[in-house]
Design a protein around this ligand. Structure first.
Ligand SMILES: C[S@@+](CC[C@H](N)C(=O)[O-])C[C@H]1O[C@@H](n2cnc3c(N)ncnc32)[C@H](O)[C@@H]1O
Length: 395
């Protein structure tokens, strides 16, 4: 730790600071495989059980995901699947906690060095008086112990490390998921679909530690990139990652419902995996804030979960599991919204708005454009495709 702090003018790699023991690595690998098994293989088996055994014995075909939910609630297959999925989710994050705890002083030192030196030219702006919204502080969102904001020591980065390392365990072994993959898909799609959009200043809301922001800095050369989040430990960690990689990113602790940026400040606003985690009333405020912050001619693209009316009852049933079981209480309510309506109510032009699936470039290298909803063979969100909604502000 001392050597790094004294001799390096650049910033050490915060992602390489923790070291898992042999047994911890084995546990993490087990958790990755278990989660993949629960959410992919077992989910397929559950669907087969429903269609082949449960559904034919129902008095009438279920008209909605809620009816499927009622039919499956007490079935052994559902109860086993749900237990497995819940525990696999929680264990992914628990599995990285010991290595983070052991390395915490060094993690904090590396993040402090990044904040003091800023060798890449980025910045970190935290607000000691910041009030983290209650929808983040009242529960451990998606079963991440300590959630996004908890701090246990001065200049704490523990939650940044737990969320990031845990997410790596969580996504390993899953086909169609790569680190920062959403940002690579969306930035490539923007270039192909809106060639005149060459963002000079962009914002990622709910950036966590910038996983889906950093690829934009590489995609749009010279862009001034800003990432906001409510969790200080995430931002400290993300700033250290970006500075280590030589990427000048400006991280600030702000509530996306109301930021301190001037009107028309950004020509690109993005988010990923964000809106389903906040209440619908907050979603409306955030979209109104995006409308204020976007320049005329600017583009907004949010990756999210598909709305209810776009997918069938079974897929709705699959997605909405998280509402009750994964500490994401706003999930179903968000999916009940029509994103085009939400954007129109926030002042966006309906005709310039969109909501569709973007093919993942790794899974569909020959498809640069979006899939239509009713196109045969279109990939599902999260299985080779990413659902996005957004709008372009008239110039
Ligand atoms: C699932 S994470 C987003 C993941 C991240 N965008 C990515 O792709 O890796 C949701 C993030 O939103 C942040 N968040 C929640 N409410 C917020 C708000 N009102 N303003 C800004 N960030 C918020 C949380 O702290 C959390 O980091």
């Amino acid at each position: 730790m001392q050597d790094r702090a004294i001799t390096n003018s650049a910033v050490a790699d915060i992602e390489a600071v923790t070291h898992a023991t042999h047994d911890e690595v084995a546990r993490q690998r087990f958790c990755s495989v278990l989660r993949r098994h629960a959410i992919q293989d077992f989910a397929n088996a559950l669907e087969s059980d429903y269609r082949g055994r449960v559904a034919p014995n129902l008095p009438a075909a279920p008209a909605s995901w809620r009816e499927i939910d009622r039919a499956m609630e007490n079935e052994a297959s559902y109860r086993f699947y749900s237990t497995l999925r819940y525990n696999a989710q929680e264990m992914c994050f628990l599995s990285v906690q010991p290595e983070v705890e052991r390395a915490l002083p060094e993690l904090v030192a590396v993040a402090r060095a990044a904040a003091e030196r800023n060798p890449a030219g980025g910045s970190l702006t935290l607000d000691p008086a910041f009030e983290v919204p209650a929808y983040v502080t009242t529960l451990d969102v998606h079963l991440t112990p300590g959630c996004f904001h908890s701090e246990f020591t001065a200049d704490d980065v523990a939650q940044g490390a737990v969320v990031n390392l845990g997410a790596r365990v969580f996504t390993a072994q899953q086909s169609h998921r790569s680190w920062g993959g959403v940002a690579r898909v969306v930035s490539r799609w923007i270039k192909a679909t809106y060639p005149d959009v060459r963002p000079l200043r962009m914002l990622d809301i709910g950036t966590t530690s910038g996983k889906n922001l950093l690829p934009y800095v590489e995609a749009f050369e010279g862009v001034e990139a800003h990432g906001i989040d409510v969790g200080a430990p995430l931002l400290r960690y993300g700033h250290a990652v970006a500075e280590h990689h030589g990427l000048p990113v400006h991280f600030s602790q702000q509530n996306a419902e109301q930021t301190n940026f001037p009107d028309g400040h950004f020509d690109l606003i993005v988010s990923s995996f964000f809106f389903h985690e906040i209440p619908v009333w907050a979603t409306k405020k955030v979209l109104a804030e995006c409308q204020r912050l976007l320049k005329p001619g600017g583009l907004m693209v949010h990756q999210e979960l598909p709305a209810h009316h776009l997918v069938d009852a079974w897929e709705n049933y699959f997605w909405n599991w998280d509402t009750r079981n994964n500490n994401e209480p706003a999930y179903t309510a968000f999916r009940n919204q029509d994103p085009i309506e939400l954007m129109a109510n926030a002042g966006f032009d309906r005709a310039a708005s969109f909501a569709h699936i973007l093919p993942d470039i790794n899974a569909y290298p020959d498809r640069a454009a979006a899939f239509a909803w009713d196109e045969p063979g279109r990939p599902r969100h999260g299985k080779g495709g990413w659902y996005v909604f957004g709008s372009r502000k008239p110039a």
